[in-house]
Design a protein around this ligand. Structure first.
Ligand code: KMH
Ligand code: ZN
Length: 269
């Protein structure tokens, strides 16, 4: 098996510093968290942005500033979230790729998301996929439930995606598939040969799901978007410790963290 491509999801759209004061929210804090995560073994950083009031934003200027600061601090590949935040319009989310990150997420279906709704209308998803293709931004296909795979494959059949397809299997969102080994195994068995995939475990399932994913030969993501705790009752002191723990697990099962160069090759960037 290849080395494991580890991603650090630094901030996310939902938590605030009131939930965990170590959450990075300004571009400067996000860049510092990217460096800390890179040093701990992450080849990719998944980035959400906040405005001056700490709300999720799709502001292209803030995105360019964060991308520039991250680039100054470390060579990690940047994956910008086009999920952005649940209250942000799809039009604004689409425009974010004009900041031209190396990679960006592509959420393929609408769904209930906790106590809110996550809108990804079919025509908007197609438009965004097309624009990513034009700009050379690699889409990471976010699957929160089993049927989302067929929607992603239909986009590929329409010619909107290039191989290798890259999937994130997200387990544990309320409204998506639960964080269970059975759900993960079933979905992995249906991922097309030659694709790249990673596991994202939200909340309590974070450690177990990512560990199982690594043992199955996949890649894995962690970070403060996915869990604010190291373990029950112990807040994470930052993204670095979460990445360091995942890197240790990967190394222990003979899948040492991939370098940026290895990740670039694996993902066909
Ligand atoms: N914005 C969240 C609702 C992504 O990064 O593309 C889901 C999300 C996905 O964070
Ligand atoms: Zn995200």
């Amino acid at each position: 098996m290849n080395g494991a491509v580890l991603t650090a999801a630094l901030t996310g759209p939902i938590a605030s510093k009131a939930d965990n004061p170590a959450l990075p929210t300004s571009p400067e804090e996000i860049a510092a968290a990217a460096k800390e995560s890179y040093d701990a073994g992450a080849a990719i950083v998944h980035v959400h942005l906040r405005d001056e009031n700490d709300r999720p934003t799709a502001d292209v200027g803030i995105a360019r500033r964060a991308l520039g600061l991250i680039e100054e601090q470390c060579p990690a590949l940047v994956q910008l979230s086009t999920g952005v935040g649940l209250g942000v319009s799809y039009g604004a989310r689409e425009r974010l790729v004009e900041a031209r990150p190396r990679m960006a997420t592509l959420n393929v279906c609408s769904m209930t998301f906790g106590q809110s709704e996550f809108h990804n209308p079919p025509e908007g998803v197609r438009r965004l996929a097309y624009r990513m293709g034009e700009l050379g931004v690699k889409p990471e296909l976010e699957l929160y439930d089993s049927g989302h795979l067929e929607v992603a494959l239909a986009l590929h059949a329409e010619g909107l995606l290039q191989e290798p397809l890259q999937f994130s299997l997200v387990l544990g969102v309320v409204g998506g598939m639960a964080a269970t080994p059975a759900n993960l195994v079933a979905l992995v068995s249906r991922i097309p040969e030659g694709s790249v995939w990673q596991v994202i475990g939200i909340g309590r399932g974070n450690l177990a799901m990512t560990t199982i994913g690594l043992a199955m030969g996949g890649n894995a993501r962690t970070g403060m978007e996915d869990t604010l705790l190291m373990r029950r009752g112990e807040p994470a002191r930052g993204n670095g410790p979460l990445v360091a723990r995942l890197a240790q697990i990967a190394a222990a099962i003979e899948r040492p963290p991939a370098t940026v160069a290895e990740a670039t090759e694996t993902l066909g960037l």
